[in-house]
Design a binder for this molecule. Structure first.
Ligand code: SAM
Length: 232
């Protein structure tokens, strides 16, 4: 658990500058993926009052996109993150929302209490991933959906990704380090992608945890995966 604690401390330390660094470094291209992923996740959910938990919510980027994207259905959205620093920013942005200061592996919510769980650019930071997926399955209601957006390892498109990898490995730590004064945190990103799963491996873990894969789509030269899974 020590390593996990260190990861969260790193997010605590960059929290005040996280939003500005993210805006500059992503150039906003993630917004399109997030919207598409949300629309795809809820498109055939035939119910109003969808209960959503955004896990690893950070400063609340995904919560903002949920609110803007879903207009014809009522949403009850909550956020969860173990980093107090990230949550402090999120609470200022969304004072009306309930936030849980907790790990994805120990969610303080009842069984079957949500229709959708979203986790964007968060699951890679969860060291006990199988435990977290079981926990997601527990708190999702029957046929509940899990939306994962994440950087994944890719063994196929090596040549195509050279340019993107240059950006992630060299440019991003430099600029991220200057903005947040924590270069280490931005060196962690490429390292954590290298040590993470491929989209196939992640899908297999989901199946093992009691999910059926509904849709997979890759963005950004296969660097980012959207996986929508349903609780069986
Ligand atoms: C890159 S940020 C992503 C924030 C947000 N979801 C977004 O899309 O911008 C990763 C977040 O994962 C959180 N995190 C790290 N370890 C976690 C864990 N074990 N369980 C839940 N969240 C975790 C961090 O505190 C951080 O806020």
């Amino acid at each position: 658990m020590l390593m996990q604690k260190k990861i969260v401390e790193m997010f605590d330390s960059i929290a005040p500058k996280y939003d500005i660094a993210n805006r500059i470094l992503s150039l906003g291209i993630d917004i399109k993926w997030r919207k598409e992923a949300i629309e795809e996740t809820v498109k055939d959910i035939d119910k109003n009052n969808i209960r959503i938990l955004d896990v690893a919510c950070g400063t609340g980027d995904m919560i903002g996109i949920w609110q803007k994207t879903i207009k014809n259905k009522t949403l009850k959205i909550c956020g969860l993150d173990p980093s107090k620093g990230m949550l402090e920013v999120a609470k200022k942005r969304f004072p009306q929302i309930t936030f849980y200061n907790a790990y994805a592996t120990e969610i303080p919510c009842e069984d079957s209490s949500f229709d959708v769980i979203s986790i964007s650019f968060g699951i890679r930071n969860v060291l006990e991933i199988e435990k977290a997926l079981n926990e997601f399955n527990r708190i999702l209601d029957k046929n509940g959906r899990l939306l994962i957006l994440e950087f994944v390892r890719d063994n196929k498109n090596k040549k195509l990704r050279k340019c993107i990898d240059f950006y992630t490995n060299k440019f991003l730590p430099k600029i991220g380090g200057i903005i947040t004064k924590n270069k280490e945190a931005y060196e962690y990103l490429p390292k954590s992608i290298e040590n993470f799963y491929t989209v196939e491996e992640l899908s297999n873990l989901l199946k093992k945890a009691g999910f059926e894969i509904k849709k997979v789509k890759l963005f950004n030269f296969s660097q980012v995966a959207m996986i929508i899974a349903q609780k069986i």
